[in-house]
Design a protein around this ligand. Structure first.
Ligand code: SAH
Length: 357
């Protein structure tokens, strides 16, 4: 399947949209916000450009998109003030896949521009544009960026790893839709290989686009240890697989279709990330830290269910048809709640700060 044509978070502002269901992703970004803002301030204080060029990769569509940009711009404004320098101008590039709902972001721009002008004599010059395309490849001109930010996006691979299919085109991962304890070693290898190819291409592309001294802050899901069938990262996928199997058993969808459904996702370990960064060779790792997120509110199960729906809906609808979505996520929600009654559902994220040498 062509991800550039089919994969997107649910657009618009409706009940099942990403916009209305991205509070968990916001919590992740907020948890490491101090690191993100210190990084852009440090970059600015060392290089002090007159025009600061920022890119948000995998920006999606919703309140998180522009609030991230606003925080970055304001952090530089403060850093400039501390150095008694005039506030620089900003060129901001919002990137996501072409089917992302950029229009909803554009409609929120006038409010953001207004907010950035509030305050005596304050008149921040921020020019925002969209750059649709995959971040696994070049998006911007050579040495044109000072700061790259990406939150909750890099755990998406460019495609379902081709190596999970045997020579007859049959999946070797029947019985799972991501790496699970049941997956054979070839499947694990195929996912790892795809991650390595994708992440190295990401680094190479950004190393050409960033100026020397430029920074990247990357926040993404990951695994704590080396084990691939890590419970924290696989549980939500396991429960989604179980929901699909249950619906197939009720005759709501075809079992073979369930066997063929796979996610283009990968949660790397610290070592796997470090290996690719070292091999690529043009970034210094300033910081790499893992952190855990878990239940934080009474209706957590519902929030998790709606979050997964807004993320997976485009792919599920493409594969199974739209008509199953309501039933599928009703059932998924029940499985999540049953699980939460027994134990918390946790996820591991990791933040990285890299400097272009
Ligand atoms: N940064 C936002 C959105 C995260 S959702 C936040 O933290 O809330 C993940 C986003 O990554 C989605 O919008 C998805 O379309 C985008 N994405 C996934 N793969 C991508 C790729 N190869 N190129 C660009 N964007 C991608």
């Amino acid at each position: 399947m062509d991800m550039e044509k089919n994969f997107h978070m649910k657009g618009g502002l409706g009940d099942t949209s990403y916009s209305m269901n991205s509070s968990l992703q916001k919590r992740v970004a907020d948890k490491v916000k101090h690191i993100t803002l210190e990084s852009i301030q440090e970059m600015y204080s060392k290089t002090a450009p007159e025009i600061v060029s920022i890119a948000d990769l995998g920006c999606s569509s919703g309140p998180n998109t522009l609030s991230n940009i606003k925080d970055l711009v304001c952090a530089v404004e403060i850093a400039a003030g501390n150095m008694a320098r005039p506030v620089p101008e900003f060129r901001v590039a919002l990137n996501d896949l072409p089917t992302n709902d950029f229009n909803t972001i554009f409609q929120a721009l006038p409010d953001l521009y207004r907010e950035l002008k509030i305050g005596a004599g304050r008149s921040l010059c921020v020019y925002i544009g969209a750059y649709p395309g995959t971040f696994y490849g070049r998006l911007f001109p050579t040495k044109s960026l000072h700061f790259v930010y990406s939150s909750n996006s890099l755990h998406w691979l460019s495609k379902v790893p081709p190596g999970i299919y045997d020579k007859n085109g049959e999946t070797m991962n029947k019985g799972s839709l991501y790496i699970s304890v049941r997956s054979p070693p070839q499947v694990v290898q195929a996912y790892l290989k795809q991650f390595q190819e994708d992440f190295s291409l990401f680094l190479k592309s950004r190393s050409e686009e960033l100026m020397s001294g430029g920074r990247m802050v990357l926040v993404m899901l990951g695994r704590r240890g080396s084990s691939h069938a890590d419970r924290e990262t696989s549980l939500l996928w396991e429960l989604l697989y179980q929901s699909l199997v249950d619906l197939a058993n009720q005759g709501e969808l075809e079992k073979e279709k369930v066997d063929r459904y796979e996610v283009h996702f990968y949660a790397p370990s610290k070592e796997e990330l470090e290996d690719e960064i070292r091999k690529e060779g043009s970034f210094r790792v300033e910081l790499m830290e893992a952190f855990e997120m878990g239940k934080d509110r009474a209706n957590y199960g519902k929030v998790v269910t709606l979050t997964v729906r807004s993320i997976q809906e485009s792919m599920l609808a493409h594969h199974f048809g739209e008509t199953i979505l309501d039933k599928l996520f009703e059932h998924y929600g029940r499985l999540i709640d049953e699980h939460l009654a027994k134990e918390d559902i946790k996820s591991i994220s990791r933040v990285m700060v890299l400097t272009k040498l």
